[in-house]
Design a protein around this ligand. Sequence first.
Ligand SMILES: [Zn+2]
Length: 300
Amino acid sequence: MNWLTNFVLPKIRAVVAKKEVPDNLWHKCPGCGQMLFHRELEANLHVCAACGHHLRLAPDRRLAMLFDDSKYTLIELPKTLADPLKFRDRKRYAERLKEAQGTKGATRDAALVAHGTVGGAPTVICAFDFGFMGGSMGIAVGEALLAAARLAVLQEAALIVIPSSGGARMQEGILSLMQMPRTTLAVEMVKESGRPYVVLLADPTTGGVSASFAMLGDVTLAEPGAVIGFAGARVIEETIREKLPDGFQRSEYLLEHGMVDIVVHRRDLKATLDRILGLLFRKGPPAIAAPAAGRGWDRA
Ligand SMILES: [Zn+2]
């Protein structure tokens, strides 16, 4: 029996058993429906090779993409009051939070903050994680933005914020709405210190996030095709009973209407940000000494 169970059976099983294919090997492009191989997608910065659709990007991937030599230091964010309202819908909010955090620790929420250099300029980046409860802004995200702004002021660095969010986190009720003025004050602090505040609008930037810090950038960039708006298009259509124009609430539409400065393809983002920060941080030419009296052009 030993020979049968130990040798023959595993061999048969190996032949018959279905090969396990990890389900994250292929991704379907939300733009054109094409199946995209994950390695190619990764190499292409998560942009569909067939139609150019910009898929959502994890925040750590973004940080690695934008900081010089992919080098950055994540800062630890303060632990905040979790589930202050003891909120419960079909599931308890505390449970939802735990699920989203997974193994990433109890302070992990929908925004990451890191510092390093971009184009040689000291920079703090706050990147949103849409995968974490839709990138929604609750107390923890407000706190992250505040920490990022404080760090930028302290390090005399630029602040880049990359929202990708459905808006305020409804499970925290009024407390999440209070993050709108808080984050607005946070970015004002950076501006008052004379450092640039740059926003990169990623898909989607909506609700309370678009109604606060996301629209206050000194320079506002957007990724192609990103949804940017306050209320959803369907809600607006139903309210005003009018058909909305094509491309409404997309980056290109906002660019045309003066709400966005530039729409940048993801492959050009790093170079564009390098250039912008390089220009903003450029030291002026050395002061030219005033000519001594009587030795100016008038004697010639
Ligand atoms: Zn596509």
